[in-house]
Design a binder for this molecule. Structure first.
Ligand SMILES: Cc1ncc(C[n+]2csc(CCOP(=O)(O)OP(=O)(O)O)c2C)c(N)n1
Length: 492
């Protein structure tokens, strides 16, 4: 049996919604090496138990060392599978789901689109009809009845950073490796279509000796040095620079570099709503959330009066900027991105921020540092009085949440009130925050909470906390039953 290797230990679980594609599971369990949890959609329990035994035998035969750790469970719907995979990936780094051709994959498509928009790496494997049925245009269930078997893949094409149509066993292994690599490096979903007749095929195993390379090629040295030099020129000249951290700093995995920059520079540091949780908020230079007119107290003034904003991984969407009320001139901004750097109005395409940040930190001299506001969870006296009166005000609630949170908690907030309220909560160290500020599909947070809680079980004793409105809760409430069965104990 062909087995690909995956060099990150983060990809551990496969969510399976289509048990007719049992072998898909094996491919994926194999492909991801560390995979040890498989979730199925409810209703497939009979198949599930038969397949489970078969899967076990095959894994034993393949001497899969993860067999002993392999767990099975069910999840209620395909779209919650997608949300759960999103939540899991945001905590652990990457995740995968397996769905049924047409009916299953379309249910998951909202969640996958969310992953695309918010840069979440999810491998979406779809069990499709056999290549023969597709070639002959047979009138099969789960089709539109018009012989078009590509239509669902086409729907996923624009929300996937790579497509792997495994119609030919000779190229299947290469396509799988390529898709998984793209998923990781671009930090976005990929789509893998696996026809039933291909599932059984054997492919070359030699490649298993080589791990998939998940690294980006380094920036061109001369170009990178030049950009670093330009950045340092402005940074050393600046009178009151600040650092602003946004979502892509997390998604493109530069938080180590960002923290080194914060600590060495001593600059006041702020996050955007989508960047919440990216930075250690207990650092003395952490000042709070900048979101234009929706900023924490004192933050808008400090950020907007800065003569140089080091903006890292920005996604300047409507909610992330409180309705485009950012008032930071491009003339006083240096943007760091995963595939380009923009210094004021000069753009440097093809230069990735990771290498640039490393060199900026290494070569940076003493900077002009003007202190900024300090974030806290203090509740104003008048708000404390109000809440004694049986009215829980937002001004009281969100700092109070911050007082109650513990280090390393995972905090999931839903579109609606919670996503805005959390701006007023200062986190303890190590908190991971999950939200869908850009995509904003309500019901997401409950599914993501499930995936996050499953991931939390793997990563030590972390609490998972969900803050969600009742309207959103109703969309995915059925998933509570799965969480109870899985003995997950998120706090909601
Ligand atoms: C799938 C989806 N349908 C509709 C919307 C539009 N929408 C945004 S917020 C919201 C209401 C949410 O209600 P609730 O969870 O009670 O919000 P809260 O009280 O927390 O503000 C709706 C319908 C959406 N974002 N996503």
């Amino acid at each position: 049996m062909w087995r690909s290797t995956f060099s990150e230990d983060s990809m551990k679980w496969v969510y399976v919604g289509f048990m007719a594609c049992l072998e898909t599971t094996i491919w994926l369990v194999s492909a991801m090496v560390d995979c040890h949890l498989i979730l199925t959609a409810t209703g497939s329990s009979r198949l599930y138990s038969q397949d489970r035994a078969q899967l076990g035998r095959q894994l034993q035969r393949a001497q899969c060392r993860y067999f002993k750790d392999l767990f099975f469970s069910t999840i209620s719907t395909n779209h919650i599978l997608g949300y759960a995979a999103d939540g899991y990936a945001r905590v652990k780094g990457i995740s995968a789901i397996v769905t049924t051709f047409g009916v299953g994959e379309l249910s998951a498509i909202n969640a996958i689109a969310g992953g695309y928009s918010e840069y979440v790496p999810i491998v979406h494997i779809v069990g499709t009809p056999s290549t023969v049925s597709q070639r002959d245009g047979m009138l099969l269930h789960h089709t539109l009845g018009n012989g078009n078997f590509q239509v669902f893949a086409d729907m996923s094409r624009n929300i996937s950073c790579a497509m792997a149509m495994l119609n030919d066993p000779n190229e299947a292994a290469t396509l799988i490796d390529h898709a998984i690599r793209e998923c990781w490096v671009q930090s976005r979903p990929v789509y893998i279509a696996l026809p039933t007749d291909i599932v059984q095929k054997k492919v070359e195993g030699e490649r298993l000796k080589t791990k998939i390379d998940l690294h980006h090629p380094p920036n061109e040295a001369e170009k990178e040095d030049y950009v670093v030099q330009v950045i340092l020129k402005y940074l050393h000249q600046a009178k009151n620079p600040i650092i602003l951290v946004d979502a892509c700093a997390q998604r493109h995995r530069v938080l180590d570099e960002v923290h080194k920059l914060i600590e060495k520079s001593g600059l006041p540091t702020f996050v955007t709503p989508m960047g919440k949780g990216a930075v250690n908020e207990t650092l003395p230079t952490y000042g709070g959330v900048y979101a234009g007119n929706g900023s924490n107290e004192g933050v808008k003034e400090r950020v907007e009066s800065s003569d140089l904003v080091l903006s890292i991984g920005a996604i300047k969407s409507d909610f992330n900027t409180a309705g485009f009320t950012y008032r930071v001139s491009q003339l006083s901004t240096i943007d760091f991105h995963s595939n380009y750097i923009r210094v004021k109005y000069s753009e440097y395409p093809g230069v990735r921020m990771q290498g640039v940040l490393q060199k900026v930190v290494a070569r940076m001299e003493k900077l002009n540092v003007q202190p900024g506001p300090q974030a806290d969870n203090k509740i104003a006296k008048e708000d404390q009085e109000l809440s004694k009166d049986l009215v829980i005000s937002h001004a009281w609630l969100w700092p109070r949440v911050g007082q109650w949170l513990q280090p390393n908690d995972i905090v999931v907030t839903e579109t609606g009130t919670a996503n805005f309220g959390i701006w007023e909560t200062k986190f303890p160290a190590g908190v991971t925050a999950l939200s869908q500020v850009l995509w904003g599909s309500i019901g997401y947070a409950l599914g993501a909470c499930q995936g996050a809680a499953l991931a939390a079980n793997e990563t030590g004793n972390r609490r998972t906390i969900l803050l969600i409105g009742d309207g959103s809760f109703e969309l995915t409430a059925q998933e509570l039953s799965t969480m109870i069965r899985q003995q997950l104990k998120p706090i909601m």
